[in-house]
Design a protein around this ligand. Structure first.
Ligand code: CA
Length: 161
């Protein structure tokens, strides 16, 4: 079962999203603060994060950036203003998709499913081999002469370049 973390300070919205996601077969956790949400995202394993932009403690941009430094986990950004969508796109914030409030919950669900599907396809990508070095795209695992080394997302992307 896929695990989803909702970081959203408007509790009614968070609960609504949770209900519908659970009905669609997902396991869902909620965090109502930005700083706590980041902590949860870092310390537990999730398959996807639904991230509100304006949050107490820490905003969605910062959270997205920090998660991206450590983890290769899909993030869907939720924003209240259409002007913020341009910002989300323009900043290249690292979000995999974004939804503008107010949105239909079904729209969110279909985007969650689409992003997870895309992720699964990427997981099937072969392990790259360059000479004696093997690069595992999904696990960010580098193997040289049988010795394994797990890298952070950033380290891996740099090495791949
Ligand atoms: Ca908010």
């Amino acid at each position: 079962m896929s695990r989803i973390l909702i970081i959203e300070d408007e509790e009614a919205i968070a609960e609504l999203e949770k209900d519908y996601l659970e009905l669609s077969g997902f396991e869902v956790s909620i965090s109502n603060r930005g700083d706590e949400g980041l902590q949860t995202a870092m310390s537990e394993e999730f398959d996807l994060i639904v991230l509100d932009l304006m949050l107490p403690g820490m905003d969605g941009f910062e959270i997205c950036k920090r998660i991206r430094e450590e983890k290769n986990i899909p993030i869907i950004m939720v924003t209240a203003k259409t002007t913020e969508i341009d910002k989300v796109k323009g900043l290249d914030s690292g979000a995999d998709d974004y939804v503008a409030k107010p949105f239909g919950v079904m729209e969110l669900i279909s985007r969650v499913k689409a992003v997870l599907r895309r992720m699964k396809v990427e997981e099937k990508e072969p392990v790259y081999q360059i000479g004696k070095v093997f690069l595992d795209e999904h696990k960010h695992l580098v193997t040289l002469d049988g010795e394994k080394c797990e890298l952070t997302y950033k380290e891996y992307e740099l090495l791949k370049l």
